[in-house]
Write a protein that binds this ligand. Structure first.
Ligand code: ADP
Ligand code: MG
Length: 288
């Protein structure tokens, strides 16, 4: 049987924008000492607009590069992909046919276009492939940049901008007021991560994080004796959500993230997490 206090708490929490899948996790919310947010779609709105399209290879123009990129991104659900496709449609570009589409989880996408391999991916992916990034592509602090490779060569890049959610700062400050350290883990580049961290006053930031490294971040904090909560919205976040003491999937996220999580954040509002922690403590006080 479900203890009455838990049943009541669960019902109340649903009204507060939270869906509890694992009631012990809800009771454990009061024990959280470290909160790890993912950036895109959680601390930020995850609504990207294209700010720049830049060609780096001879024989290509901006429209062709954007059309090529959008052709791959049409197959992806990522907020970056949606921003790129929207821009291509606004420019009324005809998108080329693609074959062999594959998602490179947490890194990008790949396909074959006119018999040539094309990859659209993060700076972290280029580093892994030992491809040197052009300086001007990484210098702008607030832009997210994805790179286009054709035949394994750098063809150009697309820069996009996202916005910090209106209630992110309040959420961070209220968690810190409860003595909780607030971190961000993101696959995005260091400059973007630092800009968001500074704006929100975070205790720490992990940038250019690959999917398996998110699990490691949670494990390292746990090894330091921290009781770790982690949010995520993507397939790539599922293992880290499972590793965390409290795994929180944001409502707009994928089903796999939601299935792995203890708690689902229905409205994707960071302050609902703050409410969860404060409410968890209030509930605990009622039980003792
Ligand atoms: P976050 O941790 O901010 O939620 P993700 O882990 O979802 O970011 O993605 C990490 C990085 O991988 C993105 O910043 C981007 O550079 C790259 N990436 C992921 N999916 C795509 C995609 N469909 N197209 C291009 N780049 C992508
Ligand atoms: Mg994500």
């Amino acid at each position: 049987a479900i203890p009455l206090v838990v049943a009541i708490s669960t019902a109340i929490s649903a009204r507060k924008g939270l869906l509890i899948r694992n009631r012990t996790a809800f009771e454990e919310a009061r024990k959280i000492t470290a909160m790890v947010f993912d950036k895109t779609g959680t601390l930020t709105e995850g609504a990207f607009g294209v700010t720049r399209v830049s060609v780096l290879a001879p024989g290509l123009d901006e429209a062709t590069l954007l059309a090529l990129t959008a052709a791959l991104e049409q197959q992806s659900q990522h907020p970056i992909a949606q921003g790129i496709v929207r821009e291509a449609l606004q420019r009324k570009l005809a998108l080329p046919a693609i074959q062999d589409f594959q998602s490179i989880t947490g890194k990008g996408v790949s396909a074959t276009v006119d018999g040539r391999p094309v990859v659209v991916a993060s700076p972290g992916y280029l580093n892994e492939q030992h491809i040197v990034l052009p300086a001007e592509a990484t210098s702008n602090g607030t832009e997210t940049v994805v790179f286009v490779l054709r035949d394994g060569q750098l063809a150009g890049y697309v820069a996009l901008a996202d916005r910090i959610r209106a209630d992110s700062k309040e959420a961070v400050h209220r968690l810190q007021a409860q003595g909780i350290k607030v971190y961000m883990a993101t696959g995005d580049n260091q400059q973007v991560a630092d800009a968001v961290a500074k704006e929100l006053g975070l205790d720490g930031v992990y940038a250019q994080v690959l999917p398996d490294q998110k699990v490691k971040i949670v494990q390292d904090l746990q090894a330091q004796g921290q009781f770790v909560a982690m949010t995520g919205d993507g397939v790539n976040d599922a293992p880290a959500l499972a590793q965390a003491n409290v795994g929180i999937a944001v409502g707009s996220g994928t089903d796999i993230a939601a299935e792995t999580a203890d708690i689902i954040l229905v409205n994707s509002k960071p302050t609902d997490i703050t409410n969860l922690v404060e409410f968890g403590q209030a509930t605990y006080r009622k039980m003792i």
